[in-house]
Design a protein around this ligand. Structure first.
Ligand code: UN1
Length: 512
């Protein structure tokens, strides 16, 4: 893959989305493809002043958008989904070029966008409140949901389009404008998404400057994230990324009594019990641990295997790990693309070194294809047999490292599974009903996502997505996650001729 080819492909793809060629050359932020490390664009970074103007525009758009009936707002999201269907192949390819994901996964991300849009369109007619029985005669209590205001959305490089869309599609039907700060490693994907949404906005037909403020992208690094977190005009900041980033955003938003929706680090585990269907388990492990080069927040990082089947499973795992095709993610047949960059590679090598010091036996993990692409970082996924769950295993290393530990007793395995700071996704492979139920019960996994006979990654959008502990506690996407994007109102209406007080309190003066 020559530098020229990727550069040209990127410009052509973005051109089709309506992004002018000058946008890709006139700037101060270099964008590289992890495929070969070559530069694919140089775009303009925004400063705090730009962001300030964007937030002001979003505030103005909010005043109009909140008055558009929710099912009409849903119509905009329906139009956006139409654009996504039309450009699924192209946007998926851009994801592959900019984030290094294999084509299949790039397309999968766009499918996830389409799915959440469809969900949001239906939701736009179902933003239900409730009627609550009042304790007072002649009174009615109702709970209703109203638009909240402009939402700040911070996303990571590894899901450069889908995670924004979980927030965007829901926030839009809820009546909230969007300000998106993508990872500065994947800004082009965000420009493409915003351009497609722009086309939908155009077709929807809205007056004057209002469309601009409805959805904006702020390009930059941590300084912009901090500014978003500090700004009182953004009642909600939804942030997906590392626990370190969440530790910066969370307290800053809390200091101004704003609301956060945090989806942070995961250190996802799987228990493989003696009764497990090992063929299924093997495929699930491969997809969850090796897919996306181990760079999903839901990637499988810890495997607890029962002693009785450990040797068999490990033999089979080593076999598939040795065969997995690593290479250019836009070539068909590749299963593992590059790491996002040098820092990810260094962190992975340091973790493997530490694992060896802790008595771990490392299989794989070495750099490959360096002679072909010296500026890109491809690795063979690593399997590491650990004598126990050391401090290292408790940390999330964003790379394809799978720590394997053996167990004898399920409760002990569950306890170890839960004994890490993160709480995103988990799974058990078993055909024993008692074990499956125990794992999904109150005394089982402490994660937000708890699966049986499927791996921890690759969640559908219909469920609420997120996790506990250092994962941040937020829930995005389906179920009733929409409530985070709205303002809850409790209303009591008195249609009687009396004024009874709640709790039977008497508070009167003789006014005669
Ligand atoms: C992420 O890595 O931040 O469940 C999101 C999954 C995907 C989303 C991952 N649907 O793996």
């Amino acid at each position: 893959m020559s530098e020229k080819t990727l550069l040209h492909q990127t410009a052509a793809l973005l051109g089709d989305f309506g992004i002018a060629a000058e946008t890709l050359t006139n700037g101060d932020l270099p964008v590289a493809s992890p495929i070969d490390g070559s530069r694919i664009a140089t775009i303009r970074r925004h400063g705090r002043n730009d962001l300030d103007g964007m937030i002001a525009a979003a505030e103005r758009a909010f005043l109009r958008w909140r008055e558009v009936p929710a099912p009409r707002r849903g119509e905009l999201v329906r139009l956006f989904a139409e654009q996504l269907r039309r450009h699924k192949e192209a946007l998926g390819r851009l994801v592959s070029i900019e984030a290094g994901k294999i084509l299949e996964e790039g397309q999968g991300e766009v499918q996830e966008m389409i799915d959440i849009c469809d969900f949001a369109v239906g939701l736009s007619r179902q933003l239900y409140g409730r009627v609550i029985a009042s304790e007072r005669p002649g009174h009615r209590m109702i709970e209703s949901w109203h638009p909240l205001g402009p939402v700040g959305i911070i996303t990571a490089f590894n899901f450069p389009v889908a995670v924004w869309s979980w927030n965007a599609a829901i926030a839009l039907v809820c009546g909230d404008p969007l300000i998106w700060k993508p990872s500065d490693k994947t800004p082009l994907c965000s420009l493409a998404c915003n351009a497609l949404l722009g086309r939908a906005i155009e077709r929807f037909g809205m007056p004057d400057e209002f469309p601009r403020g409805l959805s904006q992208v702020a390009i930059g690094g941590a300084e912009l994230g901090e500014a978003l977190a500090d700004d009182r005009r953004l009642p909600l900041v939804s942030a997906t990324g590392s626990t370190r980033m969440g530790g910066m955003v969370g307290p800053r938003v809390a200091r101004r009594f704003g609301r956060t929706l945090l989806e942070l680090g995961g250190n996802n585990g799987m228990i493989v019990a003696p009764s497990a269907d090992l063929d299924l388990a093997l495929r699930a492990i491969l997809f969850a641990a090796v897919g996306t080069a181990g760079q999903r927040c839901t990637s499988l990082r810890r495997l607890f295997v029962h002693d009785d089947i450990a040797d068999t499973l490990l033999d089979r795992l080593r076999h598939v790990y040795a065969q997995v095709k690593i290479g250019n993610p836009i070539e068909p047949g590749t299963l593992v693309g590059p790491l996002i960059g040098e820092a990810a590679f260094t962190a992975m090598q340091q973790a493997l070194e530490e694992a060896r010091r802790d008595g771990g036996q490392v299989f794989g993990g070495e750099r490959v294809l360096a002679d072909r692409w010296p500026d890109a970082y491809y690795v063979r996924p690593a399997l590491v047999e650990m004598p126990g769950q050391s401090e290292l295993v408790g940390r999330e290393t964003f790379a394809p490292i799978l720590y394997v530990m053996r167990y004898r007793d399920l409760d002990e395995a569950i306890a170890n599974h839960n004994a890490v700071p993160q709480g995103l996704a988990s799974s058990i492979f078993t055909t024993d009903l008692r074990e499956a139920e125990r794992f999904t019960s109150a005394v089982g996994s402490d994660c937000g996502i708890v699966n049986v006979n499927i791996g921890p990654s690759g969640a559908e959008i219909g469920g609420a997505f997120g996790g506990e502990k250092e994962t941040g506690g937020g829930r995005e996407a389906g179920s009733d996650s929409w409530k985070a994007y709205m303002r809850r109102m409790t209303t009591t209406i008195n249609y009687s001729r009396q004024l009874p007080l709640a709790q039977g309190i008497r508070f009167e003066v003789d006014a005669s």
